[in-house]
Design a binder for this molecule. Structure first.
Ligand code: ADP
Ligand code: MG
Ligand code: MG
Length: 357
């Protein structure tokens, strides 16, 4: 009998559309010849308003590749959209949450699936939550001795405090971090809400904007560096891939650069001295264990060529997973083709959820 794979995609996040593209690629890989005898796919689509749709609508979305623009509200009960699951959800043997960003990559869905007591692909509640929250993540990395840029953290209430406090806060940021610096909401992805700022006025605007996305905000010293990424696959003894590099013309790797075809180039393998590649791979494994990630993660770094320094930027516990995304391409280069990769992820999910005898 085939394992029933609950392919979960869409979601309440700015990365809804990317999730659909990732899910289409994963669906195709699960249907590839080497996997068809093993798996049957039950797709579930989470609308932008949080309502779950079962196989029929989810299949339509997988075929069309288009989000439901007028989300169906009929199965929303009084207060919460979440509690009415499509009936097919009870048939799922392993969940494959293909969700990026808040409400999907941040531990919330992982909490729900944990309560269901059904194995799922990827990190659990802790790894997902720590990986998504840039403040928690950086605190954990610092404790593990992983080098990173200088940063400061602020709360929305500090940013939106009375007009006497705010200028002092900006002074502190300027003194400690200088310009340019990067202002980011603590809990987003795909560069949403992130600004590179070069002046007091830009700083003020960026802080206000970031605070509108999240209760907590992080400000980092800007670094001039090459951006390199490494893929991790496994649970307690994970494997690491070759290193990939991203290059682009724009000011930084913002949303538009990430998702407009032709705006960013990926090169695999990155042209790096072996000592640097090895250092990056070691740091990636350490970062993976530090946040308690499982299954998969992409760990992103800044390589400051002038000084030879490698700084960790972030970990993404459910990185972009389209045919052209860095994560599957890194594994393709490192000897694991896409269909084998999704198969491995399901095996890892089962392994992680096995209870000790
Ligand atoms: P996200 O989780 O949304 O991808 P990142 O923290 O990776 O957010 O930032 C997005 C991009 O912004 C990075 O890929 C890089 O181009 C730029 N960036 C972020 N922080 C810095 C920094 N401290 N110095 C230089 N560039 C940065
Ligand atoms: Mg990220
Ligand atoms: Mg990033």
């Amino acid at each position: 009998t085939k394992l029933q794979i609950g392919l979960l995609f869409g979601g309440c996040s700015g990365e809804h559309e990317v999730s659909i593209v990732s899910a289409r690629a994963i669906n195709a890989a699960l249907n590839a010849e080497r996997n068809t005898d093993k798996y049957e796919i039950l797709p579930f689509y989470i609308q932008k308003n949080g309502v779950w749709q079962g196989n029929e609508i989810a299949n339509q979305i997988l075929v069309s590749g288009q989000a439901l623009e007028k989300p169906n509200a009929t199965n929303i009960n009084t207060k919460s959209s979440l509690w009415e699951f499509p009936p097919q959800a009870s048939e799922v043997d392993v969940w494959f949450p293909v969700l990026h960003g808040p409400n999907g990559e941040d531990g919330t869905i992982q909490g729900l699936l944990t309560l269901m007591q059904v194995p799922f692909v990827g990190s659990g509640v802790l790894g997902s939550a720590v990986g998504m929250d840039k403040i928690a993540m950086k605190t954990a990395f610092a404790q593990a001795g992983l080098p990173q840029v200088k940063y400061m953290t602020l709360t929305r209430s500090q940013i939106w405090s009375n007009p006497c406090v705010f200028p002092k806060l900006c002074d502190e940021i300027e003194n400690y971090l200088n310009y340019p610096c990067f202002v980011k909401p603590a809990n987003l992805g795909s560069s949403v809400g992130i600004a590179k700022v070069r002046s007091r006025q830009e700083l003020e605007t960026a802080l206000d904007n970031a605070a509108s996305y999240d209760r907590r905000v992080i400000v980092e010293a800007g670094v001039v560096a090459r951006e390199v990424e490494c893929a991790v696959l496994g649970n307690d003894n994970p494997k690491v891939s070759a290193i990939g590099e991203i290059s682009f013309e724009s000011d930084f790797y913002d949303y538009e650069t990430k998702y407009t075809q032709g705006k960013a180039d990926l090169s695999i393998p990155a042209a790096l001295p072996d000592t640097i590649s090895n250092q990056i791979r070691e740091m990636a494994i350490k970062a993976f264990a530090t946040v308690d990630a499982s299954g998969l993660a992409r760990v992103d770094f800044f390589y400051v060529e002038s000084t030879g320094e490698v700084l960790i930027n972030e970990i993404n516990t459910f990185p972009g997973f389209t045919d052209t995304s860095m994560y599957p391409r890194l594994w393709g280069y490192s000897g694991i083709p896409f269909p084998e990769l999704v198969d491995k992820l399901i095996e890892l999910a089962l392994e992680r959820h096995k209870t000790p005898e």
